[in-house]
Design a protein around this ligand. Structure first.
Ligand SMILES: *[C@@H]1O[C@H](CO)[C@@H](O)[C@H](O)[C@H]1NC(C)=O
Ligand SMILES: *[C@@H]1O[C@H](CO)[C@@H](O)[C@H](O)[C@H]1NC(C)=O
Ligand SMILES: *[C@@H]1O[C@H](CO)[C@@H](O)[C@H](O)[C@H]1NC(C)=O
Ligand SMILES: *[C@@H]1O[C@H](CO)[C@@H](O)[C@H](O)[C@H]1NC(C)=O
Ligand SMILES: *[C@@H]1O[C@H](CO)[C@@H](O)[C@H](O)[C@H]1NC(C)=O
Ligand SMILES: *[C@@H]1O[C@H](CO)[C@@H](O)[C@H](O)[C@H]1NC(C)=O
Ligand SMILES: *[C@@H]1O[C@H](CO)[C@@H](O)[C@H](O)[C@H]1NC(C)=O
Ligand SMILES: *[C@@H]1O[C@H](CO)[C@@H](O)[C@H](O)[C@H]1NC(C)=O
Ligand SMILES: *[C@@H]1O[C@H](CO)[C@@H](O)[C@H](O)[C@H]1NC(C)=O
Ligand SMILES: *[C@@H]1O[C@H](CO)[C@@H](O)[C@H](O)[C@H]1NC(C)=O
Ligand SMILES: *[C@@H]1O[C@H](CO)[C@@H](O)[C@H](O)[C@H]1NC(C)=O
Ligand SMILES: *[C@@H]1O[C@H](CO)[C@@H](O)[C@H](O)[C@H]1NC(C)=O
Length: 529
């Protein structure tokens, strides 16, 4: 009970002393320069006497006034209202809220409220006043990559900074006045695109004040380098690396063109070494086949295995700081072209009748490539990576070249095929054979003319046509060689069944005939040795 009495007495005593007063916020108020801020305030005086009327309200700044605010200057005086940044938002009863517009750094300081009543001794200045801090809100662009104008792919942060310690505040970002989903003082762009261009506004909010600042982001389009899918090249040959690039041509001129290899360089190839530098051209395997505008094609000669890797094109313009490196770059794969002989039958030296494949291998995947075969530099009619010989003959001997082609490169490799057997180009044998067969023919023609007339058989045996590299396996039916053809000498007997027209014989030419309408057909057995 004693305790309660004491509390009551204390309250009464304090009530006596606190009949007159002004209440300000306990903590300093933070405001953003250029924006408005209210300074909440309330005041009181003895209400037991309802006759007390507030007649004048005054606000003064301690930057310009003395500690009691008893004399001018005032930032607000209800007796002489002027338009200024200081607006009284309170009333003549109990609310003394002051609204400050277009806050300036110079407005920082302590503000006090004073009120005067119709009671002769009823004047009061509230202590210790309200403290205002004016802060700057700054939005800055921090580039994390790239220099010069902002280009696609550059990385950056937009940060919002307020030099004011306000316990509870938040940052809200908007782009072209549309609120963004992010929060926090940093807006991070790992790689900007043209579509990120726009006006970005950071709004900083506390429960009392708010302020915002806008930054304009312009990402210049039209900068770029285009490469193609990985390219395969054959060691020792040349390859053309297609490349195109672009930049805003009305504002810039390209002054330097560079190609670098990621085997020896790093990142954006800002520094040497370069495999090509347009400002210091040296003879090397790397030749620029592009131009100053849009073509950055690189030609690599005498490709080596060590040239495998990634290549990047970089160009520098006449505007300081404006340059571009196309990342990631072009992949080059270097492969060997291998032609191999795969025996499908027989072993030891190649003999007639052996079966084999010649295969062409290049160890890389190129979507559109083709294999072209040629024998002793004459193009063969086959395509595909395998040349198949079901049964080789001496005539298949020769140098076989496989050429692998894409529209960017080509490479070739040759293999020598030697099929054992008697040399078909042996001149004396050849002449003897022709002469011998000629004599035998004439005799046989004379002898057989009658037989042929008697035992007329309309169907002549079919001519066995030869495919490239193939020879028929049936020795009974053989094409009789033309006099200007080489005669295959196989050691064993070759039979040829021919029907010879009389008129053809007069020409001295032997002709295989397949047509039925022949009048005189003979069957002859020829031995060629
Ligand atoms: C107080 O304000 C009210 C209206 O807001 C006004 O009618 C009244 O005259 C004022 N009193 C004095 C003493 O100025
Ligand atoms: C005092 O006036 C201001 C502005 O008119 C208002 O926002 C605030 O709520 C008022 N305060 C009180 C305690 O009524
Ligand atoms: C914020 O910085 C400005 C100068 O940039 C300064 O005038 C002002 O007093 C600072 N405000 C605070 C609250 O520190
Ligand atoms: C905002 O982000 C939340 C989660 O972070 C997501 O669920 C929502 O779809 C986003 N809204 C928009 C408009 O992007
Ligand atoms: C940029 O923003 C990211 C993500 O907020 C942050 O991790 C990074 O530290 C910032 N970098 C700079 C330099 O401000
Ligand atoms: C960005 O603001 C500028 C003025 O500051 C204005 O000219 C431009 O149109 C704005 N851009 C967009 C996309 O709103
Ligand atoms: C790169 O390719 C894209 C898509 O094909 C095209 O839109 C762009 O213009 C090309 N850029 C260059 C530098 O050639
Ligand atoms: C290219 O070569 C020239 C001449 O040697 C040199 O001045 C220039 O710096 C080189 N370019 C780069 C990007 O290093
Ligand atoms: C290879 O030749 C040997 C005799 O020289 C023979 O015994 C063997 O069967 C042959 N192999 C094949 C696969 O023809
Ligand atoms: C040889 O070539 C033929 C025809 O291209 C093919 O069918 C066969 O598989 C090949 N054989 C080998 C062992 O490469
Ligand atoms: C095949 O190539 C070799 C050299 O590699 C050459 O000596 C030979 O004459 C060539 N043969 C033919 C038929 O071209
Ligand atoms: C090569 O051919 C491919 C498809 O056939 C095509 O897309 C590409 O543009 C061609 N490249 C060159 C340099 O001709």
């Amino acid at each position: 009970m004693k305790m309660l009495q004491l509390v009551t007495i204390l309250l009464t005593l304090s009530g006596v002393f606190s009949d007159w007063g002004v209440k300000y916020p306990d903590n300093p108020i933070c405001a953003v320069r250029g924006f408005s801020v209210p300074i909440p305030c309330s005041y009181y005086y003895p209400t037991s006497n309802p006759n007390i009327q507030v007649t004048q309200m005054l606000w003064c700044s301690m930057n310009s006034n003395t500690d009691k605010c008893q004399n001018p200057p005032y930032v607000y005086n209800s007796a002489s209202i002027t338009t200024s940044d200081f607006e009284y938002a309170g009333d003549n009863k109990s609310n003394c809220t002051l609204l400050i517009h277009n806050v300036q750094f110079s407005y920082s300081g302590v503000y006090k409220f004073r009120f005067i009543t119709d009671n002769p001794s009823g004047k009061w200045t509230g202590e210790p006043g309200a403290t205002l801090q004016v802060a700057d809100l700054k939005v800055s662009l921090i580039r994390l990559s790239g220099i010069g104008t902002l280009k696609q792919g550059d990385s950056l942060n937009l940060t919002c900074d307020v030099n004011c310690t306000q316990s509870s505040s938040q940052f809200v970002w908007s782009k072209n006045n549309e609120r963004l989903n992010t929060s926090g003082r940093v807006l991070h762009f790992p790689a900007v695109t043209v579509r990120d261009s726009g006006n970005y506004t950071c709004t900083w909010k506390t429960n009392r004040a708010s302020g915002s600042e806008t930054i304009s982001l312009h990402i210049e389009g039209g900068w770029g380098v285009n490469y193609t899918t990985p390219i395969c090249a054959v060691r020792g040959f040349s390859v053309s690396i297609p490349c195109s690039y672009s930049y805003p041509q009305h504002n810039y001129q390209v002054t330097q063109k560079l190609w670098c290899s990621m085997n020896s360089n790093t990142g954006g190839c800002e520094n040497p070494p370069y495999v090509y530098n347009s400002s210091s051209i040296t003879t090397s395997d790397f030749e620029y086949a592009g131009d100053d505008k849009s073509d950055c094609t690189l030609l690599i000669h005498n490709v080596q295995f060590s040239y495998s890797g990634e290549y990047r094109f970089r160009f520098i313009t006449n505007v300081s700081g404006d340059m571009w490196t196309g990342e990631p770059g072009q992949i080059l794969q270097v492969s060997d072209l291998k032609v191999s002989l795969i025996r499908l039958s027989g072993n030891g030296t190649l003999k007639q009748g052996d079966s084999l494949n010649l295969t062409c291998d290049v160890k890389c995947t190129q979507s559109s490539s083709q294999f072209v075969w040629s024998k002793n530099n004459e193009r063969l009619n086959t395509s595909g990576r395998v040349l198949h010989f079901p049964a080789v003959t001496v005539r298949d001997s020769g140098n076989y070249t496989c050429t692998w082609k894409t529209n960017m490169t080509s490479g070739s490799e040759t293999i020598s095929l030697l099929v054992e057997g008697e040399n078909p180009d042996h001149q004396p044998n050849w002449i003897i054979a022709v002469v011998t067969s000629g004599v035998i023919f004439i005799i046989l023609v004379l002898l057989g003319a009658a037989i042929c007339n008697r035992r007329r058989k309309p169907d002549a045996p079919e001519d066995n046509s030869r495919n490239a590299g193939e020879q028929t396996q049936s020795p009974q039916v053989k094409q009789l060689p033309l006099p200007n053809e080489e005669v295959p000498q196989q050691g064993d007997v070759t039979y040829a069944s021919v029907c010879i027209k009389d008129n053809n014989l007069n020409n001295g030419r032997v002709h295989t005939e397949q047509k039925k309408e022949d009048i005189s057909v003979i069957y002859s057995t020829v031995t060629i040795k």
